[in-house]
Design a protein around this ligand. Structure first.
Ligand code: NAP
Length: 260
């Protein structure tokens, strides 16, 4: 299926690794020119080179913290007028809510709620003017089914979700769509490092923790980031203009719900 976005421009945030990288790669495979960001320049350049080699599209890199005002300004200076915006950043740390003061909350809100909102605000009017825009926010399955130790993530991402539910309906008539993708367990560095913490605490091997997590879900495996990227590209496609304000859960059936 040709998604009809060849020649479009995308800004994909936090995209040197994991789910962001997979979204960038899937868009590049559709012929979309990319601007990708991450904090660590070396890994970012490596990913950009891999995407160029695999797809031949133009890839611009912006090294910086997308949760900071400077990082966002640099990303927007490199790509001021994207047709497609994929919002992503690292997730907040786990812990006990008693340990989180205002600073912890502010960091979580900056990365996982306010940064996507400010980036949407910066690009959406030009999307409306050209009558094409696709925005995808990477959130988490925890928005639907909260993970108690990830309270900072549960709170910040649910705030973003509520805002998007309203905004997506204000812009849909201009062929600008905003949807959220909710990952369950995908095999990325973040999943590996969470598994490493758990392995250390329980005296097991990292592979055993990941295998246990995989086995626990209905699909009997963890997700491949490429599967996530493909869903993102579809939501960014020309044909997806009537898909508005959705929260698409991609978790191999792990969240037990009749509707999700
Ligand atoms: P990952 O494998 O650790 O990759 C994170 C990517 O984001 C890296 O490229 C990282 O590069 C970049 N990044 C992180 N913070 C950034 C910042 N402030 N500014 C710019 N770039 C930043 O993580 P992932 O598994 O793909 O997760 C992506 C998002 O999905 C996270 O918010 C995570 O909490 C959420 N999520 C993931 C899963 C899962 O199973 N993987 C499940 C639920 C939710 P640098 O470190 O160099 O900046």
């Amino acid at each position: 299926m040709d998604l009809g976005i060849r020649g479009r421009r995308a800004l994909v945030c936090a995209a040197s690794k994991g789910l962001g990288r997979a979204c960038a790669m899937a868009l590049a495979q559709e012929g979309v020119a990319l601007t990708i960001t991450a904090r660590t320049a070396e890994a970012l350049e490596r990913t950009a080179a891999e995407i160029r080699a695999a797809t031949g599209v133009a890839v611009t890199t912006v090294a910086g913290d997308i949760a900071s005002a400077e990082g966002r300004a640099a990303a927007l200076a490199a790509c001021p007028d994207p047709d497609i915006l994929v919002n992503n950043a690292g997730g907040p740390p786990p812990g006990d809510f008693r340990d989180w003061d205002r600073e912890h909350w502010q960091r979580a809100l900056d990365a996982n709620m306010l940064t996507p909102i400010l980036l949407m605000r910066a690009v959406i009017d030009r999307m409306i003017a050209r009558r094409f825009g696709r925005i995808v926010n990477i959130t988490s399955a925890a928005v639907l089914s909260p993970i108690p130790r990830l309270g900072l993530s549960n709170g910040a991402r649910t705030g973003l979700t509520g805002f998007v539910a309203g905004l997506s309906r204000q812009v849909a008539r201009h062929n600008v769509t905003i949807n959220n993708l909710l990952p369950g367990a995908f095999l990325t560095d973040r999943l590996r490092s969470n598994a490493a913490d758990e392995a250390k605490a329980s005296g097991r091997a990292v592979e055993a923790v990941i295998a246990e997590r995989a086995e626990a879900g209905p699909a009997g495996r963890v997700g491949d980031p490429a599967e996530f990227g493909a869903a993102c590209a579809f939501l960014c496609g020309a044909q997806a203009g009537y898909i508005v304000g959705h929260n698409l859960l991609i978790d191999g059936g792990a969240t037990h719900a009749t509707f999700a």
